[in-house]
Design a protein around this ligand. Structure first.
Ligand code: ZN
Length: 271
């Protein structure tokens, strides 16, 4: 079963507060499921980068684990079009798009694809110092293309509207790989201390160190920190020694180290 079918199946048979927050370029559903009740309210999002689809399976484990305090909305698969390009290949795109995608990718092997269905990297498409990143590119690509403007993509728009509707107390984003935690994005002093303290709680739970991003802008975490002024974290899960896309052999270790993250964050957040 491919990752989109797996998440769709889980969504359909799980009885909880849930919703489809949007549709992708290729018409696939972006699912959100809630676990727990009340505050603090978090949003956890996974697999924004195509080749990082292993994190969608971590989302399911997080849902089953639950949180002892407050609630978390899980968005297990933000970029199903990109995930299926990486997992299976261009046959998962509409026939009319395949030639274009092959020309963008430059090869028939899509396993390293990070972008969405038209070569926009969703995690540089948010309105947070957009287009000023060290690695940004300005043409469609398997990675790092910022898009025509902030929120040019249906997937980033859907996550923006959903986030503004939920008004979470914090957000957390799961990527692969490298076993590290990012939390900083030009916060003023008070927020810096608040956010660093929570990042250290995550570090305790996972064993991952805190890292400083060099020249990285336009991400979901960045937008949450700068515009919503809430703590927001990016976790790069999975050992660096694994090759992209990380597979089932990496999953056990990822789950072990990350299973308690949402629970400890919910408990540590000061309402
Ligand atoms: Zn990523």
């Amino acid at each position: 079963m491919d990752v989109y079918a797996y998440i769709t199946d889980f969504y359909q048979r799980t009885k909880t507060d849930k919703q489809i927050i949007g549709k992708t370029l290729f018409g696939r559903s972006m699912y959100a499921l809630k676990c727990g009740e009340g505050r603090p309210v978090g949003i956890a999002q996974y697999a924004m980068h195509g080749r990082e689809y292993i994190t969608a399976k971590l989302a399911i484990e997080h849902f089953k684990r639950g949180v002892a305090r407050g609630s978390v909305w899980l968005v297990p698969l933000v970029n199903p079009d990109g995930a299926l390009l990486s997992e299976i290949g261009s046959s998962t795109a509409p026939e009319t798009q395949r030639e274009y995608l092959l020309s963008v990718n430059g090869k028939t092997d899509f396993s390293l694809w990070k972008a969405n269905g038209r070569g926009v990297d969703l995690n540089v498409n948010f309105a947070a110092r957009w287009g000023r990143g060290a690695k940004n590119v300005f043409h469609p690509s398997s990675e790092n293309y910022v898009g025509e403007k902030p929120f040019s993509e249906p997937e980033t728009r859907a996550l923006k509207v959903f986030t503004e509707t939920i008004r979470p107390d914090y957000t957390i984003s799961f990527h692969t790989k490298g076993e590290e935690i990012y939390w900083r994005f030009f916060q003023p002093k008070f927020e810096q201390e608040r956010d660093r303290a929570l990042a250290e709680v995550i570090s305790q739970a996972t064993g991952y160190p805190l890292k400083e991003a060099q020249g990285s802008v336009g991400g979901y975490k960045d937008w949450c920190v700068e515009t919503l002024k809430i703590p927001a974290f990016t976790l790069e899960v999975g050992k660096d020694e694994y090759a992209h896309p990380l597979g089932e052999d990496a999953l056990k270790d990822i789950i072990e180290k990350n299973i308690d993250v949402l629970d400890v964050l919910s408990k540590a957040y000061q309402i």
